[in-house]
Design a binder for this molecule. Sequence first.
Ligand code: ARG
Ligand code: ZN
Length: 896
Amino acid sequence: MLQLRDAQSAPVAIRREDYQAPAFWIDTVDLCFDLDPAKTRVLNKMVLRRNPDVPAQALRLDGEELNLARVLVNGQGASFRIEGGQLVLENLPAAEEGPFALEIFTTCAPAKNTKLMGLYVSNGSFFTQCEAEGFRRITYFLDRPDVMASYTVTLRADKTAYPVLLSNGNLVEHGPLQGEGNENRHYAKWVDPHKKPSYLFALVAGKLVAREQRIRSRLGGDHLLQVYVRPGDLDKTEHAMQSLMASVAWDEARFGLPLDLERFMIVATSDFNMGAMENKGLNIFNTKYVLANQATATDTDFANIESVVGHEYFHNWTGNRVTCRDWFQLSLKEGLTVFRDQEFSQDLCAEPSARAVKRIEDVRVLRTAQFPEDAGPMAHPVRPDSYVEINNFYTVTVYEKGAEVVRMMQTLVGRDGFAAGMKLYFERHDGQAVTCDDFAQAIADANPGSELARLLPQFKRWYSQAGTPRVHAAGQWDAGAGRYTLTLTQSCAPTPGQALKEPFVIPVALGLLGADGQELQTQQPALFVMTEAQHQIVFEGLAAEPVPSLLRGFSAPVILDIDYSDAQLLTLLAHDSDPFNRWEAGQRLALRRALKAIGDDGFADGQTVLDAAFIDAMREVLRHPRLDAAFKELVLTLPSETYLAEQLDVVDPQRIHAVREAMRAQLAEALLEDWQWAYEEHRDNGAYQPDPRSSGRRALAGLALAQLCLAARTSGDTVWPGKAYQRFKDAGNMTDRFNALSALVASAHELAAPALQRFHALFKDEALVLDKWFALQAGSPDRNGNVLPAVKQLMKHADFNLRNPNRARSVIFSYCNANPGGFHRADAAGYVFWADRVIELDAINPQVAARLARALDRWKKLAEPYRTAAREALARVAAKADLSNDVREVVTRALD
Ligand code: ARG
Ligand code: ZN
């Protein structure tokens, strides 16, 4: 067999403006796999034709880590060369000669594929991950999303080791293989009726079992739904199947989009780089987003499964039927599909208050993860202009901010107008690979006369300008005239490569409250659309100075600067009809107190940060007779250390940690009786249901228990830690059990050690539960630098495995990315650990390593000695000669 290798090519930036249509189209692909972990043979027979719109040129097929054995053009040996990793063929038939056949035979080594891109082996089964550019690790191809082909796939493998053989579309043939060397081997042939780009290709082969469900949908006929897992995991598939059925029904009801396949499959694997993948008809999932039962999964897991199953299913239309022209358009499918899964989860809520809770949770993710990204070295527009490694751009900006951009469109055209826009989008573009512009145009065109249609070019700055806009709001009260004037000013700080920003279109949902908290009727509409740098809104005929409630429901992804008095915030917290702003008022009250203490150079551990007014307001919320438990839990949870850090120009992570810990301890002690009441009132012993209402009760009971254990730490009380241990032992579900365990660990009680040991013994065979066990310890509140040594111990544990992304994340990411108080050490040991792990992981799995590399994104904001130490750690990684493009791009941008 012929081995071809060529010199390492230097990383080059790919630019959006360089897009060119492909020089060839691929009409059909016929793939035949002989599956073998050590050496899988892939026979790829394609029919291609020249693209008449592009000047004649050589065919350049992408390939990576492939062994090439044979190339035939129309059945004849052909001359070719390998150049920059690509297979280059000159002298192909001319356009007039029509389509031609190209046959390529290669092999690859799935068992050695630790990057988990392309074809790989996990627990003895074969899986694929092709988005974004993994298909080129399977065969030579035009591996770009605008080349859409019809696929026929034949899988051949040993029958005992791989009884299940799956690919996209419909199973058309299967049976034993005949002939010598084929003893105990079988095959399956799949035909996908839909054209697709290569990134949506998938195959799975292994020992799997399926939960099956037949459904008759309103619009699309009869379908078979399947959820494939390893034998032994079937009892954890009910919720995923329920979620899938709900997704099918929702997309029909809300957008008129039916399931277009006879069979829809979900397969779970425990080795997966991301959450899940929407391969046509054969979604492949991280087990984390499939497997759940009440004994092993928390309420959060159940909710995540519902939203990820929905997300991947919704991609079937937004992503698969209409796909991206190029990877710069990634948010076309991701932002839109996140928006759709958010709406799905909200629509499944029985009560409006639960919808609001979901919205607050989504905004919290945006503000703690995307806002820092938008303010750091990796800041990029929702539609980026360039990248070195596309995998680095599967970001919270493309996903979550992208979803906010779609949400603003819906806000501007209304829910029905948005549905009409989606309809037009599919009428125009079904079966095509398109751009973000095409999407925005369709929504606007379906709504002529709307603000969106009128402002479309300016609105699209949300796609082209990076950075989080800041809206400054100032109110002026003229008592004599009964007039309130609100001045809104927008600005946006420079981001890498974008010094100046033009004004955004910012929909600001607003209302006014009287001093008594009553909503005031005004002549102004409830939605004000900012287009200029500055606006004034005048409210006439008011009896007293109002309290403005701005950006209701978080109507735009901006930072709202407004100088509220404490009294105004307390009014909003007690009375705002908008639940989002009610929660936000509580966060602002807490934030103000935290920032004051952080700015106090004399701050000492144990110092009080909270005043009686704040504590009373929190008690009011906690004891409120009508508010939801889930909402109370959100209000009573203090802003995170990461969120606090974002409000500061110079960040001392230890000071932030100390202040927030002091606030938690103070809330615990000051509300002792209220926490006791809350715990007793909300702990339930009934049958487990993961619905929003009962999970909200468990969340509040869990917070109460954590606070009671924390209070016990100072008072020396043994009753509550004892109760927590009892709860840990007796709990009928993982949520209550894990909350009790966390309460003991977070308060560093001596019962934590035996509880952890018991937990491990109980769940030693449940990988996803062990991930929680590792993550809890690596993420626990730091006390005198105790977490890093514990993390190093955990990495020596027999159950630790750096090659499994979930396990690596559970220990290393939980420490470096999610535990600022433990990670940022004055002795720099956290950063040294980080650099070692980035380098170590990069040799195994560059995608996972590059995510870890992002932990020091915000190093320039750090106070000394952290800043210098962080830069040195980054420089040490950057100095490594053979880094992946993934990690190199991240650390280079950070050091820039
Ligand atoms: N399209 C997938 C999703 O949103 C994400 C796949 C990303 N994979 C990757 N290797 N970059 O659900
Ligand atoms: Zn997606």
